[in-house]
Design a protein around this ligand. Structure first.
Ligand SMILES: [Zn+2]
Length: 114
């Protein structure tokens, strides 16, 4: 899966340029792999779009919780059009297992405010 080297988001294979910042996508983010070889990544429940995912990861970053976002594009039969940057898109945030409970609480708190 291609990643944006700037935003660290993961995209579908057919995407070559980051829709968010315009960077050319790369095939892997070496430092993430190296740094987290022993880390078990767990996903939080999907949020409705990259905009929300970024709001959550901003807070995760502030708390120094490692994270990455996987964008899930619509068309899988979800049939939900959100206010996100891609109609029907949702995004999943991954955090190391050790931080899951904390990240989950942050995510729930932020989704409540929408
Ligand atoms: Zn980007």
């Amino acid at each position: 899966m291609p990643f944006c080297p700037e935003c660290r988001y993961e995209y579908l294979p057919e995407i070559t340029q980051c829709p968010d910042c315009g960077s050319e996508l790369v095939h892997e983010l070496p430092e993430i792999r190296l740094q987290n070889q022993d880390v078990k990544w767990k996903s939080l429940p999907p949020v409705p779009g990259m905009v929300y995912a970024k709001m959550v990861t901003e807070v995760l970053d502030q708390r120094e919780i490692p994270n990455y976002i996987q964008s899930l594009f619509g068309g899988g039969g979800l049939g939900v059009v959100t206010g996100g940057d891609f109609p029907g898109a949702s995004a999943k945030i991954y955090v190391p297992e050790d931080f899951l409970a904390e990240a989950m609480a942050i995510r729930d708190e932020m989704m409540k405010e929408i």
